[in-house]
Design a protein around this ligand. Structure first.
Ligand code: NAD
Length: 452
């Protein structure tokens, strides 16, 4: 069946893809299964050598990848170009990182010589969301394929053409059937998870992650689940309020808030609340909204009407329970939800605990830092958290937060080689960094007597 991809800014049809039936999904997995032994028989070095030239292709096609991203999910073109840049600019260094992580290691005593090897798992299902339709697949495909797995990739149903274009570039450098693409919504994802795959690498919502974990548990399929978040920003008494406000606006509004590590809650102490909110409102004013192809636009639409309805319902619920709008951009209608600064957000409001995934900076006032830590740790998520304040005190607070990634006076983005990791219900397994890359392989230990 044909499925249309819709431009969320204009409602125009961007193009069509063919949806995979459950039988199509199983057939793709069977082809990937048949191709896997030959791919695994190549050495890690050979696989790396085949893939390195992909960087040049990704660079040549970066503008097409960015244009496709903006057309399908609406992010401003400058952001889409930055995302396209990310997947080729460090490609060689990333290949080196994965090769290092997967290379054999030796441990020995006078009596025993052991080699730790990282072998392919078999067929990997790679299932990705629409909010970063280039970066999310990239983070899964690179370790999955270098580890010697073959891959059946299901891009989000919101960004299928971008997924196709990306996969077509990868496939130029791979033998037949080492990377296959299936299209479709949740139903295709469910069929893929249930099919004869050995690893499920998934980035998406907590709810889908939970369903996948349940299905995978039946046969102990390996999983790498990168899930949703409800990231807090803690503004300490000694924070640089201007810098904290600039960060808050950027991290609440970029990609229209449709970022797993978006600032979803802002916790500020009573004494600094007004000064902080004044600066936040001033910073918010520069986040103009519109079609992502228009110069100067920094906030695009919600990816679809359901997402707009979800964000609107969280804001309405908060307003009904006593929150106030301190600032809001003009309402453009359609799928656009205006960037909004909400204050007086309290715990009984849905927006305090549910993932918003929209351009809302939600400010709560707390009596002191202990209360801020309690609030930050409340709820089921534990993806990221950011603290603005004097670094020594901020570091001490970081050690008390439940988040997998903490940024101090900056975003949670770590240096190259660090993992992307969620705590609690924000993840189960993780990718990137040596520890992440190794989750795409089966670790085995081969031991023998020294001198045998
Ligand atoms: P989603 O869970 O609805 O869909 C993600 C992908 O999974 C899509 O390809 C979808 O078709 C498929 N899918 C949906 N249900 C499935 C199921 N039961 N079995 C198998 N596949 C299924 O998420 P989304 O709306 O595309 O993305 C937004 C979510 O992703 C947010 O919660 C966000 O926080 C999260 N996210 C997390 C990270 C991270 O690194 N932790 C990064 C980006 C996005």
């Amino acid at each position: 069946m044909k499925r249309a991809s819709i431009d969320p800014s204009t409602g125009a049809v961007v193009g069509h893809v063919t949806e995979a039936s459950p039988d199509d999904v199983r057939a793709a997995v069977a082809r990937a299964r048949a191709a896997q032994p030959a791919w695994a028989a190549r050495s890690l070095g050979e696989r790396a050598a085949l893939l390195r030239p992909l960087a040049a292709d990704l660079e040549v096609h970066a503008e097409a990848l960015a244009q496709s991203t903006t057309a399908e999910m609406g992010k401003p073109l400058a952001d889409a170009r930055a995302e396209a840049d990310t997947i080729f600019s460090r490609f060689d260094a990333e290949v080196d990182e994965v090769v290092d992580a997967l290379s054999p290691e030796v441990r020995r005593t006078a009596r025993v010589h052991s080699t730790i090897v990282r072998d392919p798992l078999g067929v990997a299902a790679c299932i990705t969301p629409w909010n970063f339709p280039l970066l999310m697949p990239h983070e899964q495909l690179l370790p999955a394929l270098l580890a010697g797995n073959t891959v059946v990739f299901k891009p989000s149903e919101e960004t299928p053409l971008t997924g196709d274009l990306l996969a077509s570039l990868w496939r130029r450098h791979l033998p037949p059937d080492v990377l296959l693409v299936v299209h479709g919504d949740e139903r295709a994802g469910v069929a893929l998870v249930a099919a004869d795959v050995d690893l499920i690498a998934f980035t998406g919502s907590r709810e889908a992650g939970r369903a996948i974990l349940g299905e995978a548990s039946r046969t102990f399929k390996r999983v790498v689940l990168e899930l949703g978040g409800k990231d807090p920003l803690l503004v300490l008494d000694d924070a640089d309020l201007g810098a904290a406000a600039q960060f808050a606006a950027r991290n609440a509004f970029r990609n229209a808030g449709q970022v797993c590590v978006a600032t979803e809650r802002i916790l500020v102490t009573e004494g600094r609340r007004d000064a902080f909110v004044d600066r936040l409102v001033a910073a918010a004013g520069s986040w103009s909204q519109g079609d992502g192809r228009t110069d100067g636009v920094r906030v695009g639409p919600m990816v679809h009407a359901r997402q707009r309805t979800h964000v609107a319902s969280l804001v309405s619920d908060a307003l009904a329970k006593g929150a106030r709008v301190a600032w809001q951009g003009p309402d453009l209608g359609g799928n656009f939800f205006p960037p909004t600064v909400l204050v007086d957000v309290t715990n009984d409001m849905r927006i305090a605990t549910e993932e918003t995934f929209g351009p809302v900076a939600a400010v709560s006032t707390v009596p002191d830092e202990d209360a801020a830590i309690r609030e930050a740790n409340a709820g089921r998520y534990g993806l990221g958290a950011v603290i603005f304040g004097e670094p020594t005190r901020a570091r001490a607070i970081a050690s008390r937060l439940a988040a997998g990634m903490v940024g101090i006076n900056q975003s949670v983005a770590g240096a190259p080689g660090t993992p992307w990791v969620g705590a609690r219900e924000s993840g189960y397994g993780f990718h990137s960094g040596a520890d992440g890359h190794r989750q795409f392989a089966q670790t085995r230990v081969i031991s023998e007597p020294v001198g045998s």
